[in-house]
Design a protein around this ligand. Structure first.
Ligand SMILES: *[C@@H]1O[C@H](CO)[C@@H](O)[C@H](O)[C@H]1NC(C)=O
Ligand SMILES: *[C@@H]1O[C@H](CO)[C@@H](O)[C@H](O)[C@H]1NC(C)=O
Ligand SMILES: *[C@@H]1O[C@H](CO)[C@@H](O)[C@H](O)[C@H]1NC(C)=O
Ligand SMILES: *[C@@H]1O[C@H](CO)[C@@H](O)[C@H](O)[C@H]1NC(C)=O
Ligand SMILES: *[C@@H]1O[C@H](CO)[C@@H](O)[C@H](O)[C@H]1NC(C)=O
Ligand SMILES: *[C@@H]1O[C@H](CO)[C@@H](O)[C@H](O)[C@H]1NC(C)=O
Ligand SMILES: *[C@@H]1O[C@H](CO)[C@@H](O)[C@H](O)[C@H]1NC(C)=O
Ligand SMILES: *[C@@H]1O[C@H](CO)[C@@H](O)[C@H](O)[C@H]1NC(C)=O
Length: 345
């Protein structure tokens, strides 16, 4: 493995710290540090940017791995029993992409996947990767899509679907509006300032979910509505309960205790979204464990029969605090009107 000092260095470190467990012996006291009110850590491997999908009584989470491919974990319970599957990491066939490229001395920068099933039962993955650049030049991240017959892959890129800009576009997440059946992708863009955006995609036909069906709409801009977001506003996840659209996201830096999960609410999918002052999750000991820099939350979009709950997966940092020590947590969040909360027990 070669290591560069570019942006992708973070991803290489990810590989280093997600090395086999033998290199990082289990801390015997870990069990005593299990949280209450939230579940976890449910997986102590480095597992950044988790997504959440549920089918056939099984929960799945795809996460960032080494920039060349992804990782996936599964469990029969949201609360516990998570384990990594597909040790071969042949999940996304990025070499079939015509637009993605490796950076010099680096990787494809594959980050933050999201997976769901569309109406023909095929599985769709959204992901971000570097755009191919001329020799010795670099280009930022774009988002793309890939399809698979099997949930664990391999996912084959749909090369006609991508969104790029002059600066990075990352953190794609799918949303199907239960009131219209229209499908959307929410994501973060750095151009010209940090925004969370939403764009409609095809809701039926051969190109369902993998063809744009409208222009991008800006939902939130960093630092607006009287908030201070550090240097980041990212990892959007959109879901609906009752007549309220909840847009969750993270602010500040994922590599330290400043990272968090906040949310905004709207009565229309296009907004306006009003930001809620109290973060849903932030660094705290109030769950009876040391929760540090929780973020990159992905909500299960469907209520799974309980409109007053929202299942969520997120990562938090592990001691000693380093950016590439992000472990998995899950929770069942209470929904009341326009409020989300987790009871600290
Ligand atoms: C194990 O947990 C204890 C108690 O939190 C901590 O002091 C120690 O540093 C941990 N050891 C490792 C190797 O993480
Ligand atoms: C779920 O069950 C259906 C019907 O048995 C099967 O076709 C499908 O492949 C299963 N999906 C997964 C992800 O196991
Ligand atoms: C992509 O990589 C896989 C696994 O190494 C290989 O089997 C396949 O032929 C490659 N496909 C292309 C288009 O290069
Ligand atoms: C790539 O790595 C080689 C060997 O370590 C080094 O000489 C070269 O400068 C690196 N190129 C870039 C663009 O970092
Ligand atoms: C790219 O960088 C390498 C190493 O620095 C150099 O040998 C090569 O000529 C460069 N290619 C171009 C097109 O500039
Ligand atoms: C790129 O960003 C600019 C500025 O925000 C925006 O007007 C444009 O629509 C974006 N392009 C795409 C393809 O999203
Ligand atoms: C699917 O998308 C491709 C690429 O945009 C386009 O060429 C094709 O006509 C679309 N097919 C349908 C059925 O809309
Ligand atoms: C929901 O919020 C309302 C208004 O704040 C409050 O009166 C009610 O008790 C809450 N319901 C639950 C189940 O917490």
């Amino acid at each position: 493995m070669r290591v560069s000092v570019s942006l992708a260095a973070t991803v290489f470190t990810a590989l280093a710290s997600s090395a086999p467990a033998s290199k990082e012996p289990q801390n015997k006291t870990a069990a005593a540090e299990q949280c209450h009110g939230i579940n976890g850590p449910v997986l102590e491997n480095n597992f950044p940017d988790p997504s959440l999908f549920y089918t056939n009584d099984t929960w799945y989470s795809f996460g960032t791995f080494n920039g060349q491919d992804l990782q996936v974990a599964q469990s029969n319970n949201l609360e516990s029993g998570w384990s990594k599957i597909r040790p071969d990491h042949r999940i996304l066939a990025i070499n079939e992409s015509t637009w993605a490229g490796k950076r010099v001395n680096s990787t494809y920068g594959i980050w933050a996947p999201d997976v769901f099933q569309r109406s023909d039962n095929k599985y769709v993955m959204y992901f971000s990767a570097y755009e191919k650049a001329p020799e010795n030049k670099t280009k930022p991240h774009c988002i793309g899509a890939a399809l698979s017959e099997s949930i664990t892959g391999p996912y084959h890129p749909i090369n006609t679907f991508k969104q790029c800009n002059e600066t990075g576009v990352i953190d794609p997440s799918w949303f199907k509006d239960p009131s219209t059946n229209k499908q959307y992708i929410v994501y973060k863009t750095d151009r010209p300032k940090v925004y969370l955006e939403l764009r409609e995609v095809a809701s039926k036909g051969a190109n369902e979910s993998v063809q744009f069906a409208g222009h991008a709409h800006k939902l939130l801009k960093m630092h607006e509505q009287g908030f201070s977001d550090g240097y980041n506003l990212e990892a959007p996840s959109l879901f609906k309960r009752g007549d309220i659209y909840f847009l969750a996201y993270s602010t500040h830096y994922y590599g330290d205790g400043s990272y968090n999960v906040e949310y905004a609410t709207a009565k229309s999918v296009l907004g306006p979204y009003k930001r809620v002052k109290t973060p849903l999750l932030e660094t705290t000991d109030e769950f009876g464990c040391s929760l540090v820099g929780p973020g990159s939350a992905s909500f299960l979009r469907s209520p799974c029969g309980d409109e007053e709950k929202a299942k969520v997966i997120f990562h938090g940092l592990k001691e000693p605090i380093k950016p590439m020590r992000r472990q998995l947590y899950t929770a069942s969040v209470k929904v009341n009107g326009t409020k989300l909360y987790i009871e600290k027990s």
